[in-house]
Design a binder for this molecule. Structure first.
Ligand SMILES: [Zn+2]
Length: 245
């Protein structure tokens, strides 16, 4: 069973080409998220011969206020990839007009992805979980991965009941709130993410090559279940996710 990383900003690392080589060598399935359609091509290009890396088309919520016009390009590129991210909503320290723009853009992203039916989305939801779940509604036909979920337990339960996955990073395994969230998520919904370069281990920026430490952290939070069973299940979840029809 191979490792995976469902949320990694390859293009924002200092040495992306070298990391591509290492991911291939270590056979780690990686969803390489991007923050805007303008930069998608770079990731698509450097991963075109990769067996393990899937480039994802994104429009990061925190870039929407300046890049909202790229939504048209985003929609025109949708047929190129099944993987979508980073997309979502962020209402931490945002002006009402910025957040309103984010909502409009995200509604378009969700309805356009729904029309395809088989998209896999890695989604940012900071301080905006209720609105985000409302926009997806109960009938969204793709797969949703909530990345670095930090919202209420009530919304967590709602997302679990909708069949969503949750990608866990190292920082979550080290925080009290993160551990509480991990403890509530059924093991068949857990995935792992580095979210590099936005997370680090000591002075080292996180990469897919370091995700085994996250699995150990998850086992620590779920100490009532056998660690071997947890690890096998989490690694299998990725295969279930990508083989969805
Ligand atoms: Zn991210």
């Amino acid at each position: 069973m191979k490792y995976h990383d469902t949320h990694f900003h390859l293009d924002l690392m200092a040495n992306p080409i070298d990391i591509v080589r290492q991911i291939e060598k270590h056979e780690i399935y990686t969803i390489a998220v991007t923050n805007s359609p303008q930069v998608y091509f770079y990731t698509e290009n450097i991963t075109k011969n990769s067996k393990y890396i899937r480039p994802a088309l994104g429009l990061h919520p925190e870039l929407v206020s300046e890049r909202y016009k790229e939504i048209d390009q985003f929609i025109s590129l949708l047929s190129k990839t099944k993987y979508i991210g980073e997309v979502g909503l962020d209402n931490y320290n945002k002006t009402p007009s910025d957040y309103k723009k984010q909502i409009l853009v995200f509604e378009k992203i969700v309805s356009s992805c729904a029309a395809f039916g088989d998209k896999i989305l890695t989604v940012h939801s900071r301080r905006a979980e209720t609105d985000l779940l409302d926009i997806f509604g109960n009938e969204f036909p793709g797969k949703v991965i909530l990345h670095w979920y930090s919202g209420s337990l009530k919304n967590l339960e709602r997302a679990i009941s909708l069949g969503y996955y949750f990608s866990i990073n190292y920082q979550m395994t080290k925080s009290k709130n993160g551990q509480k969230i991990i403890d509530r998520i059924p093991i068949n919904r857990l995935l792992i993410e580095s979210d590099g370069p936005f997370t680090s281990l000591g002075s080292k920026k996180f990469t897919p090559l370091m995700v085994d430490s996250i699995l150990d952290g998850i086992c620590h939070s779920k100490n009532d279940i056998n660690p071997k069973e947890i690890k096998q299940r989490i690694l299998r979840n990725f295969y279930d996710l990508i083989s969805c029809k």
